[in-house]
Design a protein around this ligand. Structure first.
Ligand code: GLU
Length: 477
């Protein structure tokens, strides 16, 4: 490895950055940073129908938000570019021509219908379906007649027809019987390369030393290794496959399980460092006890030998809990900015001074920025619309309590937390109610919810007039 470690993330820009791809990006990035190597971003957009420019933007934005900067790739470029497959079509055609002229690939004239019919027939006979090699041994004459008839032709790679063992950096040896490794298409009849070819050519051309990717791609590896060898590469990359990420039911994580896109987590109010820490532990561990890792610690400690072979269960609650931890660690000013942005997103133009004063009240309680923002909304609302639980606290039997609260609070001289607390605690004692019975109606009246920052502080922040107005309204005054 004369050049040192070179590894990559190669997303297909067809939507959002899925957590599976984000984790693969993170592990590659950590691996590159740990070894002082190079992390490459390659956009695999050969599927022109499904790839969009918008998705390319989202992928890059999500990686940047996670702090996974790439040393080579779109926008930064580098010595082995271009880094979008749609700009590299000539390379794939050249490679295909070479494989054709070396006899490692051949033209295939089978139509999709013929392939499907033969697949069904093979299944009926109880055989493993897969390309049967029909066009591999066409005579020159058969070939010419198909050409003359103008049959569309794809190019297939000729597999050696032997069992193949892949040495995986994470999983050890993986065995593939020859029967599962049939000749496969590398160039479609419309001239576009398949993933198998494009990724293999690029991994060679971009001088990848390591290919670290999801386990779903393990079946591609023996094929791509054959391609890479056929292309005459002296030192193929080393491969490592990351365990599958599964949902609570053990099935591969998908949208059915809730948010699965980095962008979605960002919108839900997660901090990037929480997601990075969480994803780092989704298939890797340092020891049995350490849960929190800074970015620097991850770079220092990450290594492939501690990546698990077993599926990693995505646990949204653990992520939320971890996010709560990072929110408590975050600077108040950063939280204030995030809360203001979130409130604004929700149509609330929050006054920054009030938000700054409120941050310490919600910091300990919020698990996401969205949750924090929703706890602060009452400070900026014109009027209170109690939610269902709050409304239950505002029945006719609470009106007297609320009236009494309004009249005692009106007499408070200095509108400060301490003074407010003193007055309301006295009211509670006099009323003979428990703290909960006495204070929940006040909280409901003032904030419209039962989940709010600490009550007395909230009243101070809201101010005397608005507090009294709300309590009186709830008391039917
Ligand atoms: N483009 C592939 C994907 O998004 C990844 C290919 C690879 O890592 O080899 O799943």
């Amino acid at each position: 490895m004369a050049e040192g470690v070179r590894c990559r993330i190669a997303p297909a820009p067809t939507g959002y950055l899925h957590v599976g791809n984000a984790r693969a990006a993170l592990y590659n990035w950590l691996f590159a940073r740990h070894h002082g190597g190079t992390f490459v971003l390659r956009i695999e957009d050969t599927d022109r129908k499904r790839s969009t420019e918008e998705a390319v933007g989202i992928v890059m934005e999500s990686l940047r938000w996670l702090g996974l900067d790439w040393d080579e790739g779109p926008e930064v470029e580098g010595p082995y570019g271009p880094y979008r497959q749609s700009d590299r079509m000539d390379l794939y055609r050249t490679a295909t021509e070479r494989l054709l002229s070396d006899g490692r690939a051949y033209f295939c004239y089978c139509t999709p219908q013929e392939l499907e019919d033969r697949r069904r027939a093979a299944l009926q006979r109880g055989e493993t379906p897969g390309y049967d090699g029909r066009c591999r041994n066409l005579s020159e004459e058969q070939r010419r007649s198909r050409e003359a008839a103008g049959h569309p032709r794809a190019v297939r790679f000729a597999m050696p027809g032997i069992d193949i063992t892949v040495h995986d950096l994470i999983r050890g040896e993986a065995h593939f019987p020859a029967n599962d490794l049939r000749d496969f298409v590398i160039l479609r009849s419309d001239g576009t390369p398949t993933y198998l070819l494009a990724a293999a050519v690029d991994d060679v051309e971009m001088r990848m030393t390591h290919v670290i990717r999801g386990e779903d791609l393990l079946p591609s590896t023996p094929r791509q290794l054959q391609l890479i060898e056929a292309l005459g590469t002296p030192e193929p990359p080393l491969y490592g496959h990351l365990p599958l990420i599964v949902g609570p039911n053990g099935q591969p994580l998908s949208k059915r399980h809730g948010a699965v896109a980095v962008e979605g987590f960002r919108k839900q109010g997660y901090l990037p460092e929480a997601l990075v820490n969480y994803l780092a532990l989704l298939g890797w561990s340092y020891d049995a006890k350490t849960t929190f890792f800074s970015r620097e610690e991850l770079i220092e400690k990450f290594d492939l030998s501690r990546v698990s072979h077993n599926p990693a269960a995505f646990d949204p609650q653990k992520l939320e809990w971890m996010n709560g931890h990072y929110l408590r660690e975050a600077e108040d000013s950063r939280l204030a900015e995030l809360l203001i942005a979130e409130l604004l997103h929700d149509g609330v133009a929050a006054d920054p001074i009030t938000v700054a004063a409120a941050v310490p009240l919600v910091k300990e309680r919020m698990r996401t920025v969205i949750e924090g923002a929703s706890m602060l909304r009452f400070l900026f609302a014109e009027e209170v619309n109690p939610d269902q639980k709050a409304a239950k606290m505002l029945g006719p039997d609470r009106q007297e309590l609320l009236r009494e609260a309004a009249s005692r609070l009106e007499a408070v001289e200095e509108w400060r937390t301490g003074e407010i607390e003193r007055v309301l605690r006295r009211l509670q004692q006099d009323s003979g109610l428990s703290a909960k019975q006495a204070f929940q109606p006040i909280r409901a009246a003032v904030t419209g919810t039962l989940v709010s920052p600490p009550l007395f502080e909230s009243l101070e922040l809201l101010g005397r007039d608005r507090t009294l107005g709300r309590i009186r309204a709830a008391a039917g005054l």
